[in-house]
Design a protein around this ligand. Structure first.
Ligand SMILES: [Zn+2]
Length: 312
């Protein structure tokens, strides 16, 4: 469970409103259930067998107000009764909870109708909101919530890249691996032009390997084309070389499974060359991090000559 929620349970200091951001409605609901089971459980453990847990799981607990979208939105009619309902004390003497796992489906009118209750919830009342996109939530509501960012499993990341961003399945898997399963990082990579950059880096390395010193200016152009995303250039180039080395020794790749043909070809290079290119790429990355005023073009040029020295 999220550390903040865990801590709230431990100390008994449960806030008036939590907002679980960046998560699919199913994942948000899962987190909310995990937390509220322990709130409603008679033993505080979320045992799933005591009357409190059972009533919660059946969604029949008298102190649970669960709001689901009818059609695609949650309108004012769906939430209008909530403020009056929670103004009464909890029936069972513990907490009462308002759960909206798809809070971003609320119309602005619905959000306004809840605003006062979220701002000043009655004692022993907790709002649990799940949203995929905080953009759809009124700032006044956001400012009253403790915002919890969730992380996705790699499988969820893959699915979201495919469904929300239209990335084809194989590419979604590659991008997920490149971002180490982190959805937000993957989405950020994608917006910077991940696949074009990655392909250009493979092209750049290929030119260095094959055309040797004839290729420096054309290769430099490939880096400069992505000057705004040089960090990603280096991430992808390093990942690629790491995959070539891995493939060479194990026959597997860990990230770029869609580039097997190129990887197979480049695995002909000697280990000494590949390892040294990796080292040079790392050195350049470190240098970039240290020197703010680095002349990018000159530094890249010198890096490419270093790589050529190793290859030739
Ligand atoms: Zn229980």
């Amino acid at each position: 469970m999220n550390e903040i929620l865990e801590n709230a349970l431990k100390t008994g200091k449960i806030a008036g409103a939590y907002l679980i951001a960046g998560s699919s409605p199913e994942a948000a609901q899962e987190q909310i259930d995990e937390f509220l089971l322990r709130v409603f459980c008679h033993t505080g453990t979320g045992c799933r067998t005591c009357p409190g847990c059972v009533k919660y799981l059946r969604r029949s607990h008298a102190d649970l107000f669960m709001i689901e979208p009818t059609k695609n939105t949650i309108s004012i009619g769906d939430v209008r009764d909530i403020p009056a309902a929670i103004a009464k004390k909890p029936y069972e003497g513990g907490f009462q909870a308002v759960v909206i796992a798809r809070a971003d489906a609320m119309t602005p009118q619905a959000q306004n109708a809840l605003l006062k209750a979220v701002e000043e919830p009655p004692d022993h009342t907790v709002f649990m909101l799940g949203v995929q996109n905080t953009k759809n939530i009124l700032p006044t509501i956001l400012s009253r919530c403790i915002i919890l960012k969730t992380s996705f499993s790699p499988a969820e990341t893959e699915r979201l890249l495919h469904e929300e961003h239209g990335v084809p399945t194989l590419r979604a898997r590659v991008l997920t691996a490149a971002a180490k399963g982190d959805y937000h990082l993957a989405a950020a990579y994608l917006s910077k032009g991940f696949f074009e950059i990655r392909d250009d880096m493979i092209l750049a390395l290929n030119r260095l390997f094959t055309a040797r010193n004839m290729a420096t200016s054309a290769t430099l152009e490939l880096f400069l084309k992505h000057e705004g995303a040089l960090d990603l250039c280096f991430v992808t180039a390093q990942q690629y070389i790491a995959d070539v080395l891995l493939y060479k020794h194990t026959g597997r790749v860990s990230v770029y499974e869609d580039k097997l043909r190129e990887i197979e070809q480049h695995a002909q290079m000697r280990d000494f060359v590949l390892v040294n290119i990796q080292r040079i790429l790392l050195e350049y990355t470190a240098k970039r991090a240290q020197c703010a005023g680095l002349n990018v073009k000159l530094a890249l040029e010198s890096m490419l000559f270093h790589i050529l020295e190793v290859i030739l």
